[in-house]
Design a protein around this ligand. Structure first.
Ligand SMILES: *[C@@H]1O[C@H](CO)[C@@H](O)[C@H](O)[C@H]1NC(C)=O
Ligand SMILES: *[C@@H]1O[C@H](CO)[C@@H](O)[C@H](O)[C@H]1NC(C)=O
Ligand SMILES: *[C@@H]1O[C@H](CO)[C@@H](O)[C@H](O)[C@H]1NC(C)=O
Ligand SMILES: *[C@@H]1O[C@H](CO)[C@@H](O)[C@H](O)[C@H]1NC(C)=O
Ligand SMILES: *[C@@H]1O[C@H](CO)[C@@H](O)[C@H](O)[C@H]1NC(C)=O
Length: 381
């Protein structure tokens, strides 16, 4: 029977007492998780911003990335805003899939095992000012969805059944908050804009769900934006928390995450056949600021590649050549990027991305608490 088969395949995480269902017995084992097999994800389709852009913005605007981006892993700029791999690369790797090709890239791309619609500086909602007239990507979430629709309609770019079996991943929202903070909105105003941003996310999510035929979804919440040098340097008088992060900015991020989590609860009701994992990337990243030594890091608030001030940020961007007192200086990497959390003032190092991946892939930061490889399963309702 189809029903029983799928029930057996279910990831069991019950808090009710044991139930007996014909010949199958499901025991309550408080907090003990067991399952019969890992999911088989033959593809990943990713939507997001620079936290998961594997070459989209660099393909659209070729001047964007230069040395020393990519130096640690790819040994050259690789379309990623880091010295190496991103969380999405570690996710692909752990699922035995190739690194995702950017949808916008016309060179050497192969979408058999998925595609990446993320571009750096992407927002969920329509941005006010887009590149080159402003700092934000024209490829916001609505456009990423329409690109997905197009890819899905192109014959043989991806095997049809892979759309159904794929893992759909999301990491977007940081720039909706950043845009507000940098446009002279008060913190309270940015905070008040959060529900609309989340509604827009839900609308796009439903559209992607509907057109994809997929059932497995993995959503990262937004990180502690107030721990990033671009916020700390720009708003130096912001109140600091015990980790030295800008507290009110992180509070807006936390409110975003509260609303996002509520939205996920609603999406599970609206889309009962979708397995949606909400991943608390905020807490995984924040632990690198409160306990850097635990993961082998130091100076988590200071950019590795940058110039100027307390946070090594603001007087010259990573990879730029600047004039300091009449002398030309190349703004390059710090000596030991593998000991650092922040790469360029906005983005994380490969080492930090790897540490965050190891934390979140176990399920310890997820709701439901399923490891990445079990993200196709739902908790019974
Ligand atoms: C894309 O990758 C798949 C699987 O890795 C391979 O079978 C296929 O030949 C590749 N397509 C192209 C055009 O290289
Ligand atoms: C913010 O306000 C300052 C001072 O009023 C102004 O110089 C700046 O251009 C404004 N920035 C934006 C993005 O509106
Ligand atoms: C954001 O708004 C929520 C809901 O009104 C409120 O509880 C929270 O304190 C606000 N946070 C900030 C930083 O303004
Ligand atoms: C779902 O997608 C189909 C096309 O596959 C479309 O006809 C339909 O209107 C969509 N439904 C919603 C609710 O978006
Ligand atoms: C540039 O010169 C000024 C004046 O001599 C000095 O105070 C400052 O420290 C110098 N800056 C750097 C980065 O060397």
């Amino acid at each position: 029977m189809e029903f029983l088969t799928s029930l057996v395949r279910f990831f069991i995480y019950l808090s009710c007492s044991c139930m007996v269902l014909s010949s199958i017995t499901i025991f309550k084992l408080n907090s003990v998780v067991f399952s019969v097999e890992d999911c088989e994800f033959p593809a990943i389709f990713n939507f997001g911003d620079s936290n998961s852009d594997t070459g989209g913005l660099a393909a659209a605007f070729p001047a964007f990335l230069y040395k020393p981006y990519g130096e640690t892993f790819f040994h050259k700029p690789a379309g990623r805003f880091s010295d190496g791999r991103l969380i999405i690369d570690f996710i692909a790797n752990s699922l035995n899939l190739p690194y995702l090709s950017a949808y916008l890239d016309s060179q050497r791309t192969n979408f058999t095992h998925g595609a990446n619609f993320a571009t750096a500086a992407s927002t969920i909602t329509l941005p006010n000012l887009i590149i080159p007239n402003g700092g934000f990507s024209p490829f916001y979430l609505v456009v990423q969805y329409t690109q997905f629709v197009r890819l899905k309609s192109l014959p043989q770019k991806t095997r049809e059944e892979y759309f159904k079996q794929a893992l759909y991943t999301f990491d977007i929202g940081q720039n909706d908050l950043g845009q507000g903070f940098f446009s002279n909105m008060s913190i309270a105003e940015v905070n008040a804009s959060v529900p609309d941003i989340i509604n827009s996310f839900s609308t796009n999510f439903k559209n992607i769900y509907n057109i994809s035929g997929g059932t497995s979804f993995w959503i990262h919440n937004t990180g502690p934006i107030g721990c990033l040098p671009y916020i700390l340097n720009t708003f130096p008088s912001a109140q600091k928390d015990e980790a030295g992060c800008a507290k009110p900015y992180n509070e807006v991020a936390q409110y975003f995450n509260t609303k996002l989590k509520e939205a996920v609860v609603q999406l599970r009701k609206d889309l009962p056949s979708a397995a949606i994992t909400y991943v608390d990337v905020y807490s995984a990243k924040y632990s690198l600021y409160t306990d850097p030594h635990n993961d082998g890091f130091e100076q988590p608030l200071v950019a590795c590649c940058g110039y100027g001030g307390k946070y090594n940020y603001g007087s010259g961007g990573c990879g730029e050549t600047i004039q300091v007192n009449g002398t030309q200086i190349f703004v390059g990497s710090c000596r030991r990027p593998w000991t650092r959390v922040n790469w360029d003032g906005i983005h994380y190092t490969e080492a930090a991305n790897k540490a965050v991946f190891h934390k979140i892939s176990t399920g310890a930061y997820s709701d439901p608490p399923l490891p990445l490889k079990k993200a196709c399963y739902m908790t019974p309702k």
